[in-house]
Structures are given as C-alpha cells and as structure tokens.
Design a protein. Structure first.
Length: 254
C-alpha cells in the first residue's frame, strides 16, 4: 500500500497556509515526512505489545490486534529473498550473512543442498553466550536438522539497520531464507523549479510515496503539521495539530 506524497504535501500546505502562516519548503516537508512516517511505523510495535495483553474481539474487521497486524504486514517480507551463506574465515563450520535495511528479524530458515535430505529448516536464534556454549556440547551442538544462528552485530546508520548474522552449521551452497520486517523508505516529494516555484514532478526517478496503510494518511498530515508549526514558529498550529492527534489516538484506542 502507498499514500501519495503529493496529496499529503498539498494538504499540509493548505492547512498551514489557511491563515497566512509561513511556507513549508519541499526540503522541510521531506524531513518532517520521514520523521512522521517512522514515528507511526515504530508505534505499531508498542501498540501491538499493549494490545496483546487485552482480550480480543471476535469480529476481525474491528479487532485492534488484527488491524495492527495488517498494518505491520505491509512491511513484512515472508522469505521473498534468499541469501547465499558465506563461509567464516575463523571457523569452517560457521557461515554468515549480512542483512541491510531491516527493522526486525523475525525468523531465519536455512536450506541445505538436496543430497543432505533435510530441505529447509528453521534455525534457532541464540544469544552469543549460548551459541558458543552449544558449540562445545556434543548433545546440543547445531546440526543440519537443527541449525542455530546468532546476531553478531546490529548497527544503525541513518535509517539503515544492518544485521551481521552467524549461522551454524555452514555447508557449501546453503541458503538463508529470512522472514523480516523492513523499515519503510524515506518519502520524497520530487519537484522542478518553474518561475522560482517548486512544482510537483511525478515522473522523477527518486520520487517516493509513503509506504503505510491507507488509513494513516490523516495521522501523517497531523504529525507533519505539528513539526511544521514548530519550524515556522506558529505554536498555535503545533498545538492544534497535537490536540487533533490526541483525539485521534483516543478514538483508536477507545
């Protein structure tokens, strides 16, 4: 699903300029838009954790947990990509993969060559201490029937989240099939300047709409208006948007 970045921008401009408030440049909008999208996206996981503590609703169209799962599902990749497992230079029994642009790794499956007769197996995730202890224990040591993995390093650069993962056992031509959740790409309102005015350029190659559930358009507008109100020093605008956001949250969680 996608929400038009141009529609959101035009709505924000119309509301911000309704009473001759300051102008919001495309550069400012893109920064605010990315911040707002990330805030909405990350809130899903806090809300889902909270919602799972409450009794559910038998009506799927109104059950809050199902709605949140639907919104998160837009960003979930169900084993769509496969990664060749490289052999570790430190231990020939271990392999590794690097995953980029990942918000959360949910499961990891490993497919071994057909002649081993095990097919695709779900690997067990371990903490580093347990991973290396298991390696020393013959009874609990990883095998092709019961592979294991550890996230050796997790780093964030800007909005890019990288996972360095060690997998055991390594076998030549083995493949990792992760199930993961990706952070949505940064929205980008693209434009050309005509007579000193930026005009929407829908054909630009770097144009990027919001990758969120369609129902989030209202929340995007509200959050961007809050940030814009602070930027143009119109605190009445920021306060009004904040009040509207509070009403929307109260309605959603009622």
């Amino acid at each position: 699903m996608a929400i038009s970045v141009d529609r959101v921008y035009q709505t924000v401009l119309a509301l911000a300029n309704k009473e001759q408030r300051g102008y919001i440049t495309p550069q400012e909008f893109n920064l605010f838009a990315n911040h707002a999208q990330n805030e909405i996206f990350e809130q899903y996981f806090y809300d889902l954790n909270q919602q799972r503590r409450l009794p559910g609703n038998s009506t799927i169209t109104s059950d809050a947990e199902d709605i949140l799962e639907e919104k998160i599902g837009i960003h979930r990749r169900q084993g769509e990509d496969e990664y060749s497992i490289g052999q570790s230079t430190q231990d020939e029994y271990e392999g590794f993969i690097t995953l980029n642009n990942v918000y959360k790794l949910e499961t990891l499956r490993v497919r071994y060559p057909n002649h081993y007769g095990v097919g695709t197996v779900t690997a067990e995730r371990l903490e580093p201490k347990d991973f290396y202890e298991r390696r020393q224990t013959s009874l609990l040591s990883p095998s092709r029937q019961r592979p294991m993995y550890v996230v050796e390093q997790s780093s964030i650069t800007g909005t890019q989240h990288t996972f360095n993962i060690k997998i055991c056992p390594f076998t030549e031509n083995s493949v990792a099939v992760p199930q993961l959740i990706q952070r949505p790409p940064a929205p980008n309102w693209t434009y050309v300047v005509v007579n000193d005015r930026p005009l929407w350029n829908a054909s630009a190659t770097d144009r990027q709409d919001f990758i969120l559930h369609d129902s989030e358009e209202k929340n995007l507008v509200i959050k961007i208006l809050q940030l814009a109100g602070v930027a143009i020093k119109d605190y009445n605008l920021a306060q009004a948007a904040g009040s509207k956001e509070g009403q929307s949250i109260q309605q959603e969680k009622a």
